[in-house]
Write a protein that binds this ligand. Sequence first.
Ligand code: DQA
Length: 146
Amino acid sequence: ANILVLNGPNLNLLGVREPGLYGSQSLGDIESALDAKARALGCHLDFFQSNAEHELIGRIHQAFRESVDFILINPGAFTHTSIALRDAFLATRIPFIEVHLSNIHAREPFRKHSYLSDIAKGVICGFGGLGYELALNAALKILEAG
Ligand code: DQA
């Protein structure tokens, strides 16, 4: 399988950014652990992080052209603001899982709403970097089941 792992704004600062909330692992640490796991399972991952909404949307369009099978996305704060990201998923119909390191339901009320959750295959939040691995497992099961 061909899976794209997208990370949105400020996630390039993982490890440095509010470590009590988001953990001490860098995005690079999370990505290399995930890549090792994917390789062991015979799955190919591509990684992309951007702080810019249009770049994330452009990368989803590219994934559509490349017939990517599935997307794992932590949209960062765009979760709570971006109708455009939602529309990119509606337009391309690439199945995806929404991932958050923190439990967005245990934080400020404005983080409870996501523009993506209702069109995602599922949502994983509150498990730190482990969430990406759980999402990968789920994505592979979903793809296996066809
Ligand atoms: C986040 C949660 C968002 O509310 C926040 O804006 C982020 C990170 C998470 O991984 O917990 O940037 O997506």
